[in-house]
Design a protein around this ligand. Structure first.
Ligand SMILES: C[S@@+](CC[C@H](N)C(=O)[O-])C[C@H]1O[C@@H](n2cnc3c(N)ncnc32)[C@H](O)[C@@H]1O
Ligand code: SF4
Length: 414
């Protein structure tokens, strides 16, 4: 409810988001602030809590999948006139399962785009052994995100995950070449205490993490969780415990759910001004709108092999909706920069969101600072609630639908 009202208020319209069947992404020349995301949809086994699009790893699917992915990258690079890109992220799924093919894909990216920023990759703890770091470094990666989820047996049991000694695996990545080591933790699991999450945070930092991402446990309607997440108040206490331990360890808050060592760069695959997503289910955000690729490995390969676009759904944003999308992720990052808004949209931020930001300042949710609005602790807590509402109301519906209907005609989300 709060998400719907807030969305209407900010959009200044009760118009629903209407996704229609996708056309080829409209890419035309150099794109400012462009990032690339590659979705690798394979996992050794499928975790029951995980909402991301993935299939059980089948070695026979790798070659055709990699060929299609390279083809998709090549075609986009041509349309984007070999645009420069500020970051490349591989997520999934478990991208490291592609083994030697990662280098091949990296080479294709280098041929198709001018890569000017760092490359990052998500790792499952089981991916890591003594030579993972050097293999990744040779393939051009300098940032990793490791899905530990928890170091406590009771929490791992709720998630249905068994994993060995993850802290020593994280420590194996502590190599001069890996400038960022993010560790993902989940909070709000049934039975989890403030001590549990603080202990998880401490273990991750002691093992060498430069960033900790703490995600509130979300029970997606199509997941298979045996137990529900903790309620709002208990999640709030756990988040408070995270804030305390991060301050104790000298980590500063870099977004609503991430905390980083002061001297370290951020691992953040979603907060780009523009991005092109490759692979099944990958999303793209471009000046022309937002789109998503088909949620099926077979359909994805088929479409690319036949020279068709793998885009299954798209939304044409109004100017205000596009600006709102930017505002949403800026608030997530706790910093709304007037200069960045001007560079991207060619007009002052206050012209679009003047009274809303003044109202937020009056309510103590943001503070004016030089050329920006900085989100306060109170604002960050409200956003923590809004983002969970947004996940339930939009992401769960869109992903749930796209998984069951690879090539939909239309999807209306109110
Ligand atoms: C694409 S996933 C996984 C990365 C890697 N494959 C792994 O399993 O370690 C990225 C992160 O999303 C978070 N995540 C997944 N499902 C979640 C859920 N239901 N609620 C909250 N966070 C979740 C986890 O912390 C996970 O590490
Ligand atoms: S949590 Fe990771 S390993 Fe588990 S299903 Fe999701 S992407 Fe795969």
């Amino acid at each position: 409810m709060i998400t719907t009202l807030l969305t209407w208020l900010l959009k200044r319209s009760p118009r629903a988001f209407i996704f229609t069947s996708g056309h080829p992404r409209c890419i035309d020349g150099e794109i400012p602030g462009l990032g690339l995301y590659l979705h690798i949809p394979f996992c050794r086994s499928l975790c029951r809590f995980c909402p991301y699009f993935k299939e059980r790893f089948d070695p026979a699917a790798v070659e055709p999948f990699v060929a299609a992915l390279k083809q998709e990258i090549r075609a986009a690079g041509e349309l984007a006139h070999h645009s420069s890109v500020s970051s490349v992220y591989y997520g999934g799924g478990t991208p490291y399962l592609l083994g030697k093919h990662l280098q091949e894909i990296q080479d294709q990216i280098e041929r198709s785009f001018a890569v000017e920023g760092p490359c990052g990759i998500e790792l499952h703890p089981e991916d890591i052994d003594f030579d993972t770091s050097s293999k990744l470094r040779d393939a051009g990666f300098t940032m990793v995100s490791i899905g530990a989820q928890s170091f406590q047996a009771n929490c791992l049991r709720v998630l249905g995950r068994t994993q060995g000694d993850v802290s020593s695996r994280i420590a194996m990545m502590k190599d001069a070449a890996m400038s960022v080591i993010d560790v993902d933790l989940i909070f709000g699991l049934p039975g989890q205490t403030a001590e549990d999450i603080q202990q998880d945070f401490r273990v991750a930092v002691a093992s060498g993490a430069t960033q900790i991402s703490t995600y509130p446990f979300i029970d997606f309607t199509y997941a298979n969780n045996p137990q529900r997440p903790l309620g709002r108040r208990r999640k709030k206490n756990l988040l408070k415990a995270v804030l305390e331990v991060s301050a104790d360890l000298g980590f500063h808050r870099t977004s609503v759910w991430t905390f980083a060592r002061k001297d370290s760069r951020r691992y953040s695959s979603v907060t780009r001004d523009n991005y092109i997503g490759f692979g099944p289910s990958a999303a793209s955000l471009l000046p022309s709108g937002f789109s998503m690729n088909v949620f099926s490995v077979g359909e994805y390969i088929h479409a690319v092999e036949e020279g068709r676009s793998p885009t299954a759904l798209e939304v044409d944003f109004t100017e205000r909706e596009r600006a709102l999308f930017w505002l949403f992720w800026s608030i997530y990052n706790l910093h709304v920069s007037k200069a960045d808004y001007f560079t991207l949209f060619g007009k002052p931020l206050d012209e679009m969101f003047g009274w809303e930001l003044r109202l937020a300042a009056g309510m103590g949710l943001v503070k004016r600072r030089n050329d920006a609005y900085v989100v306060t602790a109170r604002g960050a807590y409200l956003f923590h609630l809004v983002e969970q509402g947004y996940t339930d109301q939009y992401i769960d519906k869109v992903w749930g639908f796209a998984r069951s209907t690879p090539w939909p005609e239309k999807l209306v989300i109110r």
